[in-house]
Design a protein. Structure first.
Length: 129
């Protein structure tokens, strides 16, 4: 995963997933769109090659908890962002790690902190010392 660039590059090791429990919403087309979105970001923003993207998608698929929210939220205008919030609430997430400016604008939702990956890593580092 040599192509990973930027301040979020520290979160790319498959071993990192043992610390974090990712959540995925199992709503058929939405799972596909989340996988497509992740692949697009890894390739376009971080310049990962196809093999690294496939490996990352397999790792997430193996380690993620599937969550089917029993609620529909209408907090943000973008429905996809609302699905992320629903998943986080239903999965009792403590954090949402995102680069989406709509989600980041909330900063917190129902006790769930919404931050960039770099900020999350910084906060983790503060707890380790």
């Amino acid at each position: 995963m040599e192509g990973f660039q930027g301040p979020d590059r520290a979160v790319h090791d498959p071993g990192d997933l043992r610390v974090f429990q990712p959540l995925i919403v199992p709503l058929g087309p939405l799972v596909v769109s989340l996988r497509t979105e992740l692949a697009s970001i890894l390739k376009g923003k971080f310049w990962w090659d196809d093999e690294d993207v496939r490996e990352a998608l397999m790792i997430v698929g193996r380690h993620a908890d599937l969550v089917k929210p029993g609620m529909r939220l209408r907090v943000l205008q973008d429905d996809a962002d609302n699905r992320v919030l629903e998943c986080a609430v239903e999965g009792r997430a403590e954090w949402i790690l995102s680069g989406d400016h709509h989600l980041l604008g909330l900063k917190e939702f129902r006790g769930i902190q919404i931050v960039r990956v770099a900020e999350f890593l910084s906060k983790l580092g503060e707890h380790d010392t």
